[in-house]
Ligand binder design. Structure first.
Ligand code: NDP
Length: 265
């Protein structure tokens, strides 16, 4: 593996208390960066902080309670990062979750909620951290998006539609921020083992069915060419690549981390 030293740099990961965000925070800490994570649930956040501190006892880590949909929360989170670390080099917009619903069963309120989550989870942190990113030497923003942006699924109609919109937003942001040297990219993921899938397993698995059998059966049903769910660290590695100078000549782009599910060339 290529070694990269991020000592002195600061990475902010929204939704860093679980799944992909937590795995990404681990990679940044392993590379020597200072890391700030946020989430809404204090218990989950404390557990993440305990686990990261156990692995990286000396690491500069900030774990803050913040709902990325609340402008005041996000401003307070950015202020905490500024006070503790004085800078931000990399912002990973990861916080969120998907919504399973067809057009027939998505109400106006559900549409608004989903569009608000997908757009503002990106807009608010980006706006709040931009002043610090502008001062960084090699700043970047990476957004967790889904393959649904390019390959919509009828059973996730609102999420697919919102994901297509935010893919477009990332491209626009990349163009607008390129003159300020800020790179903006995203990853398009398929199914990644994480908190939200663990919760679906708890609700949907047949009595006696274990996690491995349940995910293997789903991977078969969904025709995932690599035959399994992705692991959080596999999404995290793509985020790490796009956030750091390993991808210094890449902006307005995306990496597919879907196990081969994309049907387009
Ligand atoms: P997890 O549920 O494991 O992690 C989600 C993280 O986001 C948690 O830390 C959660 O903490 C946080 N979060 C959710 N909403 C908010 C909010 N409003 N403000 C702040 N933090 C929030 O799921 P994943 O790791 O899978 O999810 C990461 C991203 O990947 C999400 O955006 C998800 O939509 C996306 N994604 C995941 C896929 C998958 O298969 N796993 C597929 C496609 C996209 P808390 O709840 O405490 O706030």
């Amino acid at each position: 593996m290529i070694q990269i030293d991020l000592t002195g740099q600061v990475a902010v990961v929204t939704g860093g208390s679980s799944g992909i965000g937590l795995a990404t925070a681990e990679l940044f800490l392993r590379a020597g960066a200072s890391v700030a994570i946020c989430g809404r649930n204090a218990e989950r956040l404390n557990a993440a902080q305990t686990s990261l501190t156990a692995q990286f006892p000396q690491a500069p880590l900030l774990a803050a309670r913040c709902d990325v949909l609340d402008a005041d929360d996000v401003a307070a989170f950015a202020a905490q990062v500024a006070e503790r670390f004085g800078r931000t080099d990399m912002l990973v917009n990861n916080a969120g979750q998907g919504r399973v619903s067809t057009f027939a069963d998505t109400t106006d309120d559900a549409w608004r909620e989903e569009l608000e989550l997908k757009y503002f989870s990106l807009i608010r942190p980006t706006r709040a951290f931009l002043p610090m990113l502008r001062d960084a030497e090699a700043p970047s923003i990476v957004c967790v998006n889904s393959l649904l942006a390019l390959q919509p699924e009828p059973h996730m109609v609102a999420t697919s539609s919102a994901r297509a919109g935010t893919l477009s937003l990332v491209k626009s942001l990349a163009s607008e921020l390129a003159p300020q040297r800020i790179r903006v990219n995203s990853i398009l993921i398929g199914i990644v083992e994480s908190g939200q899938w663990r919760r679906r397993f708890a609700e949907q698995a047949a009595p006696g069915q274990n996690w491995e059998d349940w995910t293997a059966e789903l991977a078969r049903k969904k025709n995932i060419p690599l035959g399994r769910f992705g692991r959080p660290e596999e999404a995290a590695q793509a985020l790490f690549y796009l956030a750091t100078n390993l991808s210094s000549y890449t902006t307005g782009s995306h990496i597919d981390v879907s196990g081969g599910v994309a049907r387009h060339v």
